[in-house]
Design a protein around this ligand. Structure first.
Ligand SMILES: NC(=O)C1=CN([C@@H]2O[C@H](COP(=O)(O)OP(=O)(O)OC[C@H]3O[C@@H](n4cnc5c(N)ncnc54)[C@H](OP(=O)(O)O)[C@@H]3O)[C@@H](O)[C@H]2O)[C@H](O)CC1
Ligand SMILES: [K+]
Length: 226
């Protein structure tokens, strides 16, 4: 039972299942696109602040979005589109078998470059790798609370190609970590900042995994703790 000495992590965090339950409840009154737009606004604002701090501008900065198939990828693509509208040069690299339709659509509408790194096309793979190597900022939208630990190809190789000078912003969790624990053995993203939603997940608080999350920013998108 929780007492005065219960670690605060046990009180503050929400597991993947708790977040999913709370999200389902929230979606009785708020639509998923609205929740995702709020998430994307927060991610883009954090990226813009980081670019301003490091480069003094957003204009012309090279942003790469690594986007998986799920809503985590959708959040990241929507944020990438917003940054492109603000003058950054966004490249969306699709690393999953499919891409979030609204996120992809907004990137297309904004004029961002889209590279589908999933099919077995060496030219796409090479272009994706080059974009990552040249990036000023990488948004990790490979996987979120739907994650199984570890990175799959092509994300694994692309994450390994992120240069040390690039700022890395993880969406919800650094991809590859096990959401509900502090275990950090599988291949995963190492972020400078993690923008997470509703509540920190255990992997953002418990060591050694938490060391890969960097600074954690908790954003309220309208999903209430239950
Ligand atoms: N909590 C909130 O308030 C909000 C959260 N949002 C965002 O939504 C994601 C969760 O989105 P969901 O679509 O449910 O799941 P994911 O995007 O995490 O991904 C599921 C897909 O990823 C595949 N998968 C699983 N593990 C891996 C991996 N290690 N590498 C690559 N791909 C992986 C999985 O495939 P399977 O074959 O395993 O089934 C799925 O295809 C949450 O994190 C937030 O970012 C919303 O914005 C709303 C508000
Ligand atoms: K992520």
């Amino acid at each position: 039972m929780a007492g005065p000495n219960t670690p605060s992590t046990a009180i503050l965090t929400m597991t993947a299942q708790q977040v999913r339950d709370a999200e389902r409840e929230a979606m009785r009154t708020v639509s998923e696109p609205v929740l995702m737009a709020r998430a994307a606004d927060a991610i883009a604002a954090e990226c813009e602040a980081l670019l301003l701090e490091r480069h003094g501008r957003t204009q012309g900065c090279r942003v790469v979005v690594l986007a998986g198939s799920g809503n985590n990828g959708g959040d990241a693509l929507l944020a990438g589109a917003r940054l492109h509208y603000r003058g950054a040069a966004t490249t969306a690299v699709l690393v999953g078998p499919t891409a979030h339709a609204m996120g992809r659509g907004e990137c297309e509408a904004a004029g961002a470059l889209i590279i589908d790194a999933q099919p077995d096309a060496p030219l796409n793979r090479a272009a994706a790798r080059q974009a990552v190597e040249d990036a000023d900022l990488v948004i990790d939208g490979i996987v979120g609370v739907g994650a199984k630990p570890g990175l799959r190809e092509p994300a694994d190789a692309l994450v390994a190609a992120i240069p040390s000078r690039a700022i890395v912003v993880a969406v919800d969790i650094p991809s590859g970590l096990e959401v509900d624990s502090g275990v950090s053995t599988a291949s995963h993203v190492r972020a400078h900042v993690t923008v997470t939603f509703t509540a920190p997940k255990p992997c953002l608080i418990e060591e050694p995994a938490a060391a890969s999350a960097g600074r954690v920013v908790v954003v309220q998108v309208g999903v209430l703790r239950r």
